[in-house]
Design a protein around this ligand. Structure first.
Ligand code: COI
Length: 356
């Protein structure tokens, strides 16, 4: 946590709104942005007065280090509105802690806690109309930090820009996903940046994922870089495996993102008395379980993806189709989680954070 005094945020309101041109029933993820954005620059060793201004393009020098070395980190959060118009964030302190953990790993300055929460609050108040009530609706929030200093020496920048932009969102995947277990490419390595929400972690997946997409798959479930024997995460989401009635998910380490949805699923499983093992899970164990009928489900868990069931997976040329379950855990966890997020269920762990 960085101590700071939340200076007044300078607010320049948008003179008009784009909201009437948006079809909220047909949203593609991350294509439409709200009327305002939050901007705070780091210069001369400190974060300057934050601003909220109309969402607009901005000018950055071509030599800014973010373009050359990918010194950039981000977060994914969502705001939800209940039927009384109250607005909630879900465990936002986790995102605050994580963006600073990511920033530290990329030699970037920590962002002050008061600026983060004041910025979010003020932005969401200004763009309140963009948060639609009802299960399945949310406002996706993307805080991010980029190195803006115009200098191309390969070393950490001395100037940064912290921003928050928001985009109304529905489901990230609108049908069960087909996945490929990684055999050749890797997402992250021991001692690397896999645990951080570093922009480059995502860019490095685009090429192998596009190869998988050509074969008809939506996503790759990454395996450990050294042996490709253990299943780790899917890049847009952490993954859970259900063998009979037991859930299994990989432990956090320096290769895997410490997902907020992931840790919430583990806690909800505990609350429901569902056995959830956090341990290494091998490709061979999952293939074996698929062959003998013990593998009931695989699902992903993430802020954008929420809970996304997997329909089938491929490994070493073999395709395994997952059964349809009447008592699907994916459905159960999605319901439990989204009901807490939308203020429709008891919040016994204090995960909801009302924006007021
Ligand atoms: C999120 O779930 O917020 C993520 O960051 C995944 C994103 C790459 C869509």
């Amino acid at each position: 946590m960085v101590e700071s005094n939340p200076n007044e945020i300078v607010i320049v309101k948008s003179e008009d709104t784009k909201i009437n041109s948006v079809d909220f029933n047909n949203l593609m993820f991350g294509r439409v942005f709200t009327d305002h954005m939050f901007v705070c620059d780091f210069e001369n060793g400190k974060w300057q007065t934050p601003k909220i201004m109309p969402y607009q393009p901005m000018t950055i020098e071509p030599s800014a280090r973010v373009f050359h070395y990918g010194q950039a980190v981000f977060e994914g959060m969502k705001a939800y509105k209940d039927d009384d118009g109250k607005v909630f964030l879900f465990r936002p302190n986790e995102n605050y802690q994580r963006i600073n953990k990511s920033a530290k790993r990329l030699a970037m300055p920590e962002f002050p806690e008061a600026y983060f929460f004041e910025g979010l609050k003020t932005l969401l108040q200004l763009d309140n109309e963009w948060i639609k009530p009802g299960l399945g609706n949310s406002l996706y929030i993307r805080p991010f930090v980029i190195a803006t200093e115009p200098a191309i020496a390969a070393s950490p920048a001395e100037a940064y820009r912290f921003m928050i932009i928001c985009s109304p969102a529905k489901a990230y995947y609108n049908k069960p996903v087909r996945v490929l277990f990684a055999e050749k490419y890797s997402r992250s390595a021991n001692g690397g940046v896999g645990f951080a929400k570093a922009a480059g972690n995502y860019a490095s997946q685009f090429y192998p994922t596009s190869l998988a997409q050509k074969k008809g798959f939506d996503q790759i479930i990454w395996t450990d870089a050294s042996t490709h024997k253990y299943l780790e995460e899917a890049g847009t989401m952490n993954v859970f495996f259900r063998i009979e009635d037991k859930l299994i998910t990989a432990p956090n380490n320096d290769r895997i993102l410490d997902g907020v949805t992931r840790k919430s699923v583990i806690q909800i499983a505990k609350d429901l008395g569902i056995d959830c093992e956090v341990r290494n899970v091998s490709v061979s164990e999952i293939k074996e379980a698929a062959k003998n009928g013990a593998l009931k489900e695989i699902f992903g868990a993430g802020t954008a993806a929420v809970i996304s069931p997997v329909s089938d997976f491929e490994h070493a040329g073999e395709i395994f189709k997952l059964p349809e379950n009447e008592d699907s855990y994916a459905k159960l966890f999605k319901e439990k989680l989204t009901h807490i997020q939308h203020n429709l269920a008891e919040d016994k762990h204090d995960w909801r954070y009302e924006v007021k």
